[in-house]
Each structure stands twice: as C-alpha cells, then as structure tokens.
Ligand binder design. Structure first.
Ligand SMILES: Nc1ncnc2c1ncn2[C@@H]1O[C@H](COP(=O)(O)OP(=O)(O)OP(=O)(O)O)[C@@H](O)[C@H]1O
Ligand SMILES: [Mg+2]
Length: 254
C-alpha cells in the first residue's frame, strides 16, 4: 500500500467536508474519538439528571463549534434527549450547519423579546438546537441575566443533557458567566494553532472563578506525530490533580 493510501485510510475529517459533522458513515477514528470522550464525560456527571456542558477554547477558531455539535450528536445517538445551544452570539454558526432560521433564538429569549422558547428539531434523532438569535449589542450581559437562569431551569427539566457553544474565553467574558450554573467546562485546544500560554491563561481565568474544568479536547491533532501528545501531556501533568484530559484525534492528513 502506498503512503498516501495508508494515510487516507486512518484519517479523520477531510478538509473537503465543509461540515465535519459526526455521522454513521464517519471514519472509525472519528467515531472512536467521540465515543471515548463521551464515555469520559459520562463518568464526570455521576448521576446528574441533566448535565450542562460549556464548550469553550482559549482563542478563536480552535474547533469549539464542531466539537459542541459532534459531542451533542454523540449523546443524542445513545438515546439521550440532547439540546445544543449556540451561545456564541457574537459569531453564531450552528444555525447554518443545521440550516435552521435564527429567529426567536437565545438573544431574543434573554432580551425578553419573546417568551416562546422555540427549539428546532434536527434530522438527528434526539437532537434539538436553540440558535443564537439575532446578534445583540450586549451578549455577556444577556448571558449573565436572570433570564438565563430561568432558561437553564427550563432546559434541565426537558432534556437529558445540554451542550453550550460559547466564544473564546481569552477574548470575551461570555463563557465565564456560566461557571456557577453548569456542570463544567470542556476546553478545546487545537493542535498547531493554540499557543500553550493561551491555554494556561484560559485555565487560570476559569480557575480564578472556581469554574469546574472537566477536561481538554486536543482537536485536529495528527497522531502520526507524538509531539503534540507529549507537548500537551506535559502541560497536563502540571494540573493532573484536578483535571482530566481527553484527546480527540480528529486529525486530518494534509
Ligand atoms: N478536527 C478538525 N478537522 C478538520 N477541520 C477542522 C477541525 N476542527 C475544526 N476544523 C475547521 O476549522 C474551522 C473552525 O472550526 P470551528 O468553527 O469549530 O471553530 P470555533 O472555535 O468554533 O471558531 P470560532 O472561534 O470562530 O467560533 C472550521 O472551518 C472547521 O470546519
Ligand atoms: Mg464557533
């Protein structure tokens, strides 16, 4: 078998696949990566009726959205009624991935412009989406409001688990406002892109507000190279007493 063929066979998402959504025909490595992260997550929320996970990252473009979507799909696939909330009201994208209109989304609910919590069902069984809504001028303020508490109360009653996609934690405060109200944070770190100092800054910011950091996902890593593993693992050892580390080998051979 020539080198290219072998690489193709074990690769994760392809760059040509614009959506990179977990599906029954996704490659074995992709499915295994999400299965393994899901299993780890299932152990972290020990008996909580409806865990609420915040997905964030130190900087932009690390893979928060695709990982929130795919983790939500992974939970939905095991029969859990799952809600995916797009709380990145500055740069909303989830509605596009599912071709859902943004109307009556999170921003409208939190601003009190509607009392109607209109989640959209998706083609994926057990998976619903609450879109970000129209881009508001004050996202952090809206997320910190009592209406967000009410919304979380509502979703906890109606779903088995919730994933919330948020903006990067080092750039804006939006993700941090959830700290006292949720099960915990999943931090996405992108191989070859997220600087270790940014990971440390994000971790320190979340620690400073007593946020529960559940673990990290190393996204877009090329497992043919061990350097990422040892690089991030070294960093991981520093915090090993408190945090779990999950590695999502959603790698792609270019
Ligand atoms: N593991 C991966 N393999 C291939 N492409 C990826 C992978 N992870 C992310 N991408 C691509 O990188 C881009 C950014 O991903 P995504 O939108 O999930 O990041 P984000 O952290 O949500 O970005 P933003 O900070 O802008 O919200 C997208 O085009 C996505 O398809
Ligand atoms: Mg995003």
């Amino acid at each position: 078998m020539n080198k290219n063929k072998r690489k193709k066979k074990i690769s994760g998402f392809s760059r040509n696949d614009s959506q990179k959504i977990l599906a029954t025909d996704s490659s074995f490595v992709v499915k295994e990566a999400y299965n393994s992260i899901r299993t780890n997550l299932l152990f972290t929320h020990q008996g909580e009726k409806c865990p609420v996970f915040i997905v964030t990252s130190p900087t932009a473009n690390n893979g928060k959205t695709i990982n929130s979507v795919n983790l939500a799909i992974s939970y939905a696939q095991m029969g859990k009624r799952t809600l995916l909330i797009d709380a990145d009201m500055r740069n909303p994208t989830i509605h596009r991935l599912f071709s859902i209109p943004v109307k009556n989304g999170l921003s409208e609910i939190l601003a009190g412009l509607t009392d109607n919590i209109s989640v959209s069902k998706t083609d994926i069984e057990n998976l619903s989406v609450l879109t970000a809504g129209k881009i508001p001028p004050n996202p952090a303020e809206l997320l910190a409001s009592p209406r967000m508490d009410k919304l979380l109360e509502f979703v906890r009653e109606h779903y088995d688990c919730v994933f919330i996609d948020t903006p990067p934690v080092n750039l804006v405060t939006d993700a941090t406002v959830f700290a006292p109200r949720v099960t915990g944070y999943i931090i996405i770190v992108r191989a070859d892109a997220t600087d270790i100092s940014d990971v440390k800054y994000a971790t320190d910011s979340l620690k400073a507000i007593d946020a529960n950091i559940i673990g990290f996902i190393l996204n877009d890593a090329n497992t043919s190279s061990h350097r990422y593993y040892s690089y991030y693992k070294r960093y991981g050892y520093k915090y090993k007493y408190k945090y779990n580390y999950n590695y999502n080998y959603n790698y792609d051979y270019r």
